[in-house]
Design a binder for this molecule. Sequence first.
Ligand code: B12
Length: 454
Amino acid sequence: MNVLLVRPPRIKKAITLSDFMFSEPLGLEMIYGVVKDNHNVEIYDMVIETKSLSKKIKEYKPNLVGVTSLCIDVNMIKKLCKETKMVDENIITFIGGTQTYLNPKAFEDDSIDYVFEYTNRRNLNLFFDLLRKGEDLDLIDGILSREKSYESNGKKSRNEYLLPDRESTRKYRDKYSYFGYRPAAIMEFGMGCSKLCEFCLRWRIEGAQEQLIDIELTKRDLNNIKEPTIMFIDNDFFANREKIETFISIAKELKLNKNYIVYGSVKGIIECKDSIKEFAELGLKAVLVGYESFDDREMKDYNKKSGTMDNYKAAKILKSFKVDVWASFIANPDWNKKDFKSIREYIKLLEPEISSINPLTPFPNLTMYEKYKDRLLYQKEDYEKWSFGQVTILPSKISLRRYYFELLKTNLYVNLFINKKTEMIKNYGIKNIFRILFGSIKAMGKYILLMIKS
Ligand code: B12
């Protein structure tokens, strides 16, 4: 069979950072890796491609079109599946990804034949085998079908790690970037997170326990990555000392000479200081750290395992190792003008290289959703709004317009005036700085529009 695996295009209506954090579709690369032995398969990355899906379908003539999903993509995916069925109604459409795991019901649509609530080698192989033989697909674990009214057999599980096929995106790879680093690959070294922060979806997707991916698979994947930079998507690369040290010994064994970017917790930075020092000497360039707030009461509410004083300690440690900090903060919907001023002052003291201040988002399914139910500005089904960049809770102390203004002002102030721009130009090169600038202007433009509209 001919299989076309699609990543939907950018969602223009959503506020995203995807202009400068734009990575490969790792999930599709994993599916490709399983399917390629028995079928013709191709990845079509519509964030890069300019040709319409129908044109591609007419050329490639797939029997199946599979699409990957994030929340903001739901409506676009329905549109793409309709387009597919318009070209040829016999083409089978199937969807997987983050959003099918979190909300499979969102994909109940006449144009969508199968929804993978979760994906593993077993259900993928069974799905393709039965379709190839033209046999009836009874209820398969994790797969919901239109024919059976998207009924599930009730068995729950999680997405399984599968070795990604890096060659599958060969023609796109020079475009994938992570902030100032281009080209950059993304990779999974471990899954799960035991920190259980209230606002976070990730441990809910990956599990509440850290576990490493099979070391042999990791080595194979590392050997397949040609890019000079690897961004690890693990929720907390500094979950424990053994984890960092395991990676260091693999990197030494494989004689890797790369730049690394990781997500790391404040708790981990403080507890694993010595291992991080060695990691920095091996190429660790930047850490994405969730500092979240200037207020310890909020940190407690968010179930953070660190406090505002710990943030200073972590900042000092990373600075002493010359590792950049890309910090994120959560704007609480109950902030007033004074609180925004306090966060600016706090960020000034922490001196991260880059900061992003995003509004608290009580994503549907989180317990926080219930808490803020009466103050929500959008419906669950307004998928494009749940991007973590848009204000979804009505502010209590200032108007929505003022709130957007404060967000914009704070993001601009902390990124334009308190970072050493000359260092950034030196590290990333002027071309990358322009790309980042362009992406920021686009995102800021959307904020200004929202401010005017509200
Ligand atoms: C890397 C990453 C990105 C990358 C690329 C993601 C991509 N898939 O294209 C970049 C940096 C571009 C990105 C951007 C954004 N991201 Co992001 N991202 C992640 C991160 C850290 C890892 C995702 C990942 O690659 N996981 C590993 C892969 C292997 O898992 P997977 O995709 O689920 O694939 C498995 C299965 O689902 C299945 N599968 C996947 N696709 C398909 C398709 C078919 C047909 C089938 C059968 C199976 C299948 O196969 C895999 C095997 O098990 C997650 C956090 C997380 N842990 O999920 C956030 C996350 C997915 N991102 C999120 C968000 C909100 C965004 C942004 C909207 C943020 C923003 N405001 O800018 C943008 C949107 C980009 C856009 N569309 O324009 C949210 C998603 C919330 C939601 N409900 O969808 C997450 C969960 C983070 C969070 N805030 O909690 N992101």
